[in-house]
Design a protein around this ligand. Structure first.
Ligand code: IPM
Ligand code: MN
Length: 358
């Protein structure tokens, strides 16, 4: 009997549902081609529900999510909802409660896509950032006293423990080992740890020692490199071809993956996964809900489609995941631009083209 996967779908706000529709279309095309089944169950979490009911995630929602093989998230965010509410109440809550401790961000320049980096081609921009996704400054340790007075004090702590660091590093090293085996051009490059150990002497030291120890002991064939985060920002722009797998802590990863999205052609093409390697993972386009484009059929679905491909790969359908990526690479050269409204095609047409290329 054909394998079957049940996917929770949170289309979300603004243009989220539009790009989600195209991603599901392409995933179904891949399922038909590689002979497995996908069933989608939609959830209405997001701004509209929050504005109606005051709830971000209703009681039992996280437990409900655990029944699925994976989650697809379109985008959440709405101008009428104060920043932070939906991010904390939906996105970060799912990441934390489902223990999605890896934020996986491929930074790959697809053929025909314009990068702002002069002289760089798909050969030069092909890396993966592994961002730790549950620890660090995102843990909300800290507080504020004397608020509103001239003596106000606020703290927000970068919190890491060895287990959290080790499990992230192990994922990154294992990914690097698979990439090295897949292509000698990757094997020629190191895995790079990114931190700021010249200043963050406690957390940076923990990450660096853990990286060196694990690398030497368990992955001795993999070359290791280290960059401070500020320097890494510079090298991402100047010499992106130096990088293959880059691993880093949560906040540094948040920042550098937006830089990564830009050098690969923008938010229209940048996909990401929130991964629990032994649990329920969640995939999303990097871009937001782009409310001003809602309903116009002009937003780029490539990032969402790419996230769908990552989802298929993560649940174990590796051929289907690779086929989605190939189909994207067959489509991007036909598009005029990756920017909303300038693609030369509508959102649904781009989805149709990628689905047909499967
Ligand atoms: C991301 C986003 C989130 C983050 C926000 C929306 C909370 O920027 O996925 O990178 O900071 O992780
Ligand atoms: Mn971010």
């Amino acid at each position: 009997m054909a394998k079957s996967y049940s996917i929770a779908v949170i289309g979300g706000d603004g243009t989220g549902p539009e790009v989600t529709r195209e991603a599901l279309k392409v995933m179904q095309a891949a399922a038909a081609k590689f002979n497995f089944k996908l069933s989608f169950t939609e959830f209405d979490f997001g701004a509209a529900r929050y504005l109606r009911t005051g709830e971000t995630l209703p009681a039992g929602a996280v437990a409900e999510m655990r029944k699925f093989n994976a989650i697809f998230l379109g985008a959440i965010g709405h101008p009428d909802v104060k920043p932070g509410i939906l991010e904390l109440g939906i996105l970060l809550r799912l990441r934390f409660e489902l223990d999605q401790y890896i934020n996986l961000r491929p930074v790959r320049l697809f053929p025909g896509v314009e990068t702002p980096l002069k002289g760089k081609t798909p050969e030069h921009i092909d890396m993966v950032v592994v961002r730790e996704n549950t620890g660090g400054i995102y843990t909300a340790h800290g507080g504020a006293t004397r608020v509103g007075t001239p003596d106000e004090i606020a703290t927000q702590l970068m919190v890491y423990d060895r287990r959290t660091v080790d499990r992230c590093l192990r994922y990154a090293f294992e990914l690097k080992r698979r990439r090295n085996a897949s292509n000698p051009k990757y094997a020629a490059k190191p895995i790079t740890l990114i931190h700021k150990r010249n200043v963050l002497t406690y957390c940076g030291d923990l990450w660096y020692r853990a990286f060196e120890e694990m690398g030497a002991k368990e992955f001795p064939e993999i070359k290791r490199d280290y960059n401070h985060i500020d320097a890494a920002n510079m090298w991402f722009v100047k010499n992106p071809e130096w990088f293959d797998v880059a691993v880093t802590e949560n906040l540094f990863g948040d920042i550098i993956t937006d830089l990564g999205a830009m050098i690969q052609g923008g938010l229209g093409v940048a996909s990401g996964g929130n991964i629990n390697p032994t649990g329920i993972s969640m995939f999303e386009p990097m871009g937001g809900s782009a409310p001003k484009y809602t309903g116009q059929n002009v937003i780029n679905p490539i990032a969402a489609i790419g996230a769908g491909g990552m989802l298929l790969d993560t649940v174990g359908e590796h051929q289907a995941g690779a086929a989605v990526e190939q189909a994207i690479m067959a489509t991007t050269p036909k598009m005029k631009s990756q920017n909303a409204g300038r693609m030369g095609f509508g959102t649904t047409e781009v989805g149709d083209m990628v689905a047909a290329a499967i």
